[in-house]
Design a protein around this ligand. Structure first.
Ligand code: NAD
Ligand code: ZN
Length: 345
């Protein structure tokens, strides 16, 4: 089968021919219908050799959807031909966190070497994908896989981040999204669907700010230090109640810290290299909470899919074939994508 693999440190990913995998006991094989291109892929491919821990060659794709094609021994209750979304942050299924669906924080993942598809295990940028357990599949039902595959990360991650701040976002509150890319443009929609807050979006790129307006942001501003006063003015000087940073370089962290008001949340979702000083006398407003969430829980992915059915969360997609996938990554790297690139093998 064809697959998109990261094969050598610092080199662009390549389309290669590899053996079609067979599902082992307890596993499910999907015929992939769609796979999303995430900035985290670009991040791991930018790592130097001594920091790269994902194995080579790595079949990319941690946002996956597919149709059940074959099941391994012992797999029950799952019908061939069912259209599924893949829950990516695989865990052991046995520990306390996994038992409450929070496999993204599995206690045993490191011990057992459990890694997500596309971030260690072979991912969804291929004609077929092996899913380690039916537990990691959610029926898509009527949702179109190409339009919705990115809800598995670009939807789930902001959903989880925002859910943790809902009590800070009653009507009259202000929420800020920094970085209106794949995750950020879905974050704006989730905020509009789940809160009555005023939603402000910041980005360095005008096309992204226009997309933010199209998907429901009340205000947009260029992401630069001057935005601090503009946003503070919008809140009558009080500051922002919850801020979601999908960039987290030093500039956005500093800007965010200066915008968030007392008892507000500064939520760090990006994997940028900035850091924040914390503590009494640090520059945050009183009683600010800072969180750095990772992906989301299984039950939250059910909730995101339901939200998409009900509220019409629309991922803005640019579609590429598997042969075109290297070009999608090139566009991602150059910040030339709007919304999410989706690969259809
Ligand atoms: P993306 O490339 O689609 O979007 C990034 C956006 O940020 C772009 O619109 C870009 O113009 C904008 N941007 C860049 N510099 C900026 C700045 N200084 N100020 C404001 N905007 C700026 O990326 P994505 O796929 O949406 O991922 C966003 C981040 O989230 C990445 O760092 C990714 O690795 C990370 N991520 C984290 C998790 C998690 O679980 N914590 C999950 C998925 C992705
Ligand atoms: Zn991701």
């Amino acid at each position: 089968m064809k697959a998109l693999q990261y094969r050598a440190i610092g080199q662009p990913p390549e389309v290669v021919d590899i053996d079609t995998p067979e599902p082992g006991p307890g596993q499910v094989r999907l015929k992939v219908t769609a796979a999303g291109v995430c900035h985290s892929d670009e991040f791991i491919m930018s790592l130097p050799e001594n920091e790269y821990i994902y194995g080579l060659p790595l079949t990319l794709g941690h946002e996956g959807a597919g149709v059940v094609d074959r099941v391994g021994d012992g797999v029950q209750y799952i019908e061939e031909g069912t259209s599924m979304a893949v829950y990516g942050p695989w865990g052991c299924g046995l520990c306390y966190e996994c038992s409450s669906g929070r496999e993204n924080y599995c206690r045993n993942a490191a011990k057992f070497g459990i890694v997500p598809p596309g971030l260690g295990a072979p991912g969804a940028m291929a004609e077929y994908l092996i899913v380690d357990s039916p537990r990691h599949l959610l029926p898509l039902g009527d949702l179109d896989p190409v339009q919705n595959v990115s809800l598995t990360d670009a939807g789930l991650t902001p959903y989880h981040a925002i859910k943790g701040s809902l009590e800070k976002l009653p009507s009259g509150a202000t929420a800020v999204v920094i970085g209106v890319g794949g995750l950020g443009h879905v974050a704006v929609q989730i905020l509009r669907a789940m809160t009555a807050a005023t939603v402000v979006a910041l980005d360095i790129d005008e096309a992204k700010l226009n997309l933010a307006t199209d998907v429901g942001a009340h205000y947009t501003f260029p992401s630069e230090p001057g935005a601090v006063d503009l946003v503070r003015d919008l809140t009558g000087g009080r500051g922002v109640d919850a801020l979601f940073d999908f960039v987290t370089n030093q500039a956005t962290l500093d800007m965010g810290q200066a915008m968030v008001g007392s008892q507000g949340d500064q939520v760090l979702v990006g994997v940028g290299a900035g850091t924040l000083p914390v503590g009494l006398g640090a520059t945050s407003a009183w009683e600010t909470s800072i969180r750095a969430p990772y992906w989301g829980s299984r039950s939250e992915l059910f909730e995101v899919l339901d939200l998409a059915r009900g509220e019409g969360i629309n991922v803005h997609t640019e579609v590429f074939s598997l042969d075109e996938a290297p070009a999608a990554y090139e566009k991602l790297k150059n910040n030339q994508l709007l919304g999410r690139a989706v690969v259809v093998p």
